[in-house]
Every structure is written in structure tokens, then in C-alpha cells.
Design a binder for this molecule. Structure first.
Ligand SMILES: [Fe+2]
Ligand SMILES: [Fe+2]
Length: 204
């Protein structure tokens, strides 16, 4: 049963990101799949709830990026990418201002950090990145590859898995990638069990 609080949060998320159906479907799938991967890693209780909330809201900062950039079909300029790269901070600012969501703000802020320190916005590395953000990063990338990124075709789950492997130790926490492997079949089923997505909007 979905708790009333979670139902309200979902409504809030839809409202904030409502102009972009593909993004909201992506976020709903991420909440489910991140929850399952978290279980594989023994994440539970408050940490699990924070991760699920952050997964639902991780791209909420995109709401504050000019729509002309968000919806631009072609390649983005360097300046436009710079704008897009503000969305983790903008999202964290937004959720951090809500008392009941404060504790997931750090995950939202860190979902594009890389294990080797070359991510954004703060260039955190290794275990300096919140564990929830390391889980979210893997599933965010996996879902994005399976849905098709900006100018890149959709990839099948096995092909996306290979890319996740290739990036273990650089982009992704190797321990999270191991857990992703252990739970792979169930995670794919869960991802595909959601509403079929037809949009191709990228997850920035
Ligand atoms: Fe995303
Ligand atoms: Fe993002």
C-alpha cells in the first residue's frame, strides 16, 4: 500500500515535472528500481526512504532550467550544457527547503557525481559520494540507456549492462555494480513492468 505521504510526494513530483511526461515516467521507474537495488545492498529504513524520495525527485531541478533548453531537440551548446548541469544543485535547494525531504537533498545534489571524481557539481569521489547517490547513478544511467538518450538510440538491457560494467570504477561504485549484477534479471523485470515509455527525453 502506498502511504499517504508517498502519494502526496508523487503528486508533488508530477506537478513539478509535469511538462515532461518522459521525465516523470523515468523518475517513477527509478523509485521502484532503486528501491530493489538498495535491498540487494542491505539499505533499509530511513536511508531507503531517502533514496526512494531522491529517485523520484532527482531531476526536479530541471524545472528551473529554461524550457527552451530543456525541450531543445538538437545538440546543446556548451553554455546550454552548463545550464543543464545546474539541475542537481537547483533540485537539492528545492527539496532541502522542505523539512520532510531535507535528508534526501544530498542524494539529489550528488546523483551526477562519479566514483573517480570527474562528475558534477562538486567533483566528489569514492565513498565521499552518498551511497544513495551511487545507487541512483547506476539506475539512472541504466534507465536512460534503455529509453534512448539525446541523439543516441535505445539499447537493450544486456547492452546497457555491458556499458555499466565498462564504467565500474570510473563512473560507478564497483560494489553497487556487483549488486546490480546479482539482481539484474529482477531489476530488468521491474523496470519493464512500469508504464511503457515512448518519450525520448534525456536524463541529463
Ligand atoms: Fe535521471
Ligand atoms: Fe539528473
Amino acid at each position: 500500500m502506498v502511504e499517504p505521504y508517498d502519494a502526496s510526494l508523487t503528486a508533488f513530483s508530477v506537478l513539478m515535472q509535469g511538462q515532461d511526461d518522459a521525465t516523470i515516467r523515468h523518475c517513477l521507474r527509478l523509485r521502484e528500481v532503486c528501491g530493489a537495488l538498495a535491498a540487494e545492498l542491505g539499505i533499509e529504513g530511513r536511508a531507503l526512504r531517502d533514496l526512494e524520495h531522491a529517485a523520484l525527485l532527482h531531476d526536479v531541478g530541471m524545472f528551473r532550467i529554461p524550457p527552451a533548453i530543456r525541450a531543445k531537440p538538437g545538440p546543446l551548446t556548451d553554455e546550454e550544457w552548463e545550464e543543464v548541469h545546474r539541475h542537481p544543485d537547483l533540485g537539492a535547494e528545492l527539496v532541502g527547503g522542505i523539512t520532510t525531504l531535507e535528508s534526501c537533498a544530498d542524494i539529489v545534489r550528488s546523483h551526477h557525481e562519479w566514483w573517480d571524481g570527474s562528475g558534477y557539481p562538486r567533483g566528489l569521489s569514492g565513498e565521499g559520494i552518498p551511497l544513495g547517490a551511487r545507487v541512483l547513478a547506476v539506475i539512472d544511467a541504466f534507465d536512460t540507456m534503455c529509453e534512448g538518450e539525446r541523439e543516441k538510440p535505445k539499447r537493450g538491457p544486456d547492452e546497457a549492462r555491458e556499458e555499466i560494467h565498462r564504467c565500474a570504477g570510473t563512473q560507478f561504485d564497483p560494489r553497487v555494480v556487483e549488486a546490480f549484477d546479482r539482481g539484474f534479471d529482477a531489476l530488468v523485470r521491474l523496470r519493464e513492468g512500469g508504464e511503457p515509455a515512448s518519450g525520448t527525453s534525456p536524463s541529463p
